[in-house]
Design a binder for this molecule. Structure first.
Ligand SMILES: [Zn+2]
Ligand SMILES: [Zn+2]
Length: 388
């Protein structure tokens, strides 16, 4: 009798030890305000493509990551480039978006089992990545929304937000490679969540994770582990998917807000906590997987993105409008913006630069220094192509 009970207990124990990981499906968890477990999007997106068939790892409202397949292949990118430097008080990220790790074979090949679900027709292409971030980001009183991408990984590639071109849970629906990445229509290799190929030596030793990337408000994105090596879930984080405590930041311990990756949707940044967001960096990598419609820039009401044509999943690539490219070039050049704003305001560019300080720029301080209303200065910067 005792032996039998022991066996039953043993069976129960081993069953629970092997219990399969189940995650809630993120479909529909899109909000227009900060909300835990949701992604706050600036613009709802439809018609942007993605997987065309659900795999059996998706069951109702949950999915089983252990059952999901990956895009096959092992392609090396020896020309991967990434530098993060500090210049004139800003953090500058330069990269070519080729990852430091190997990737799957893209476009997805017909003999790849992934082809039965997700015929990603895109090729990974070198990009010209350049964007500026505040070196010492500060928390805003109220957070802001996300667009296509939320940050850049130290593994050398974009971190997009958690949804695919149809606004669904991208990590669950789309088939990524073994590093959880894939290219979108322009060839930009990106992740939608954590990647086993983002280096996190501390997390692997069950300490607080290492920095794995930068969000577009300048705050850090750290790996899966919190203090004491705890595997974090949404319940441990705020609505923007971060929290504040002492972490290693620029080589020193600092009590600073930061985001975390989790295995749970929305995976990385749920909204931006910082008081200044480089929406241009975000817009420059918007989340059109391979589909028909581009995304409006977040906070960029004065700009129009040309609608892209083509059918989701058919692999037809379209070029975006030159209007947008011009805007981007201008946006990527803070000197042009400064000179433009100085011209509008009728002041010397260097005087203006010193008056606004930053990044982020301080328009109230500039108003006091220049004797021009802060609104007027802000408007001049926007007219000159600065993000809101
Ligand atoms: Zn933390
Ligand atoms: Zn994607």
């Amino acid at each position: 009798m005792m032996v039998r009970i022991f066996f039953v207990l043993l069976l129960l124990f081993s069953f629970s030890a092997c219990a399969e990981e189940t995650l809630p499906l993120g479909d529909g968890k899109i909000s227009n305000a900060p909300q835990i477990g949701y992604l706050w999007v600036c613009h709802q997106q439809k018609g942007g493509g993605g997987a065309f068939r659900d795999g059996d790892w998706i069951q109702g409202n949950v999915w089983y990551p252990g059952r999901k397949i990956q895009v096959q292949g092992d392609v090396a990118w020896p020309n991967s480039k990434l530098t993060v430097s500090v210049e004139n008080g800003a953090r500058v990220v330069r990269a070519n978006d080729l990852p430091k790790h190997n990737t799957g074979v893209y476009p997805v090949q017909q003999n790849d089992p992934a082809y039965q679900y997700d015929r990603n027709p895109n090729t990974i292409r070198e990009q010209n990545v350049l964007f500026y971030l505040p070196l010492n980001p500060e928390e805003a009183q109220y957070p802001s929304c996300t667009g296509g991408a939320v940050g850049f990984s130290l593994s050398g590639a974009w971190i997009f937000n958690s949804v695919d071109g149809e606004g669904r849970d991208a990590v669950a629906h789309e088939i990524q490679d073994k590093c959880s990445g894939h290219p979108e229509i322009k060839g930009q290799y990106h992740y939608h969540g954590p990647s086993p190929c983002m280096k996190d030596a501390s997390g692997a030793r069950n300490m607080h994770s290492d920095l794995v990337g930068y969000a577009f408000d300048g705050f850090g994105i750290y790996g899966l582990k919190g203090e004491g090596g705890k595997k974090l879930r949404n319940a441990d984080l705020d609505a923007c998917h971060g929290h504040k405590h002492k972490v290693v930041w620029d080589g020193a311990e600092k009590d600073i807000y930061h985001y975390h990756m989790t295995p749970e949707y929305p995976y990385s940044v749920g909204c931006f906590k910082g008081n200044w967001v480089n929406y241009n960096a975000e817009w420059g990598s918007y989340n059109a997987e391979w589909g028909s419609q581009g995304m409006q820039p977040a906070g960029g009401q004065q700009m129009q993105t040309q609608q892209m044509q083509g059918q989701a999943g058919n692999g037809r690539m379209q070029q975006r409008g030159s209007q947008r490219q011009q805007y981007q070039q201008q946006q990527n050049n803070p000197l042009l913006i400064l000179q433009g704003a100085a011209q509008i305001l009728g002041v010397n560019a260097e005087t203006l630069r010193q008056a606004v300080g930053g990044p982020p720029p301080d328009f109230n301080q500039a108003a006091r220094v220049l004797g021009i209303p802060a609104d007027t200065i802000h408007a001049a910067f926007r007219k000159a192509g600065a993000p809101n």
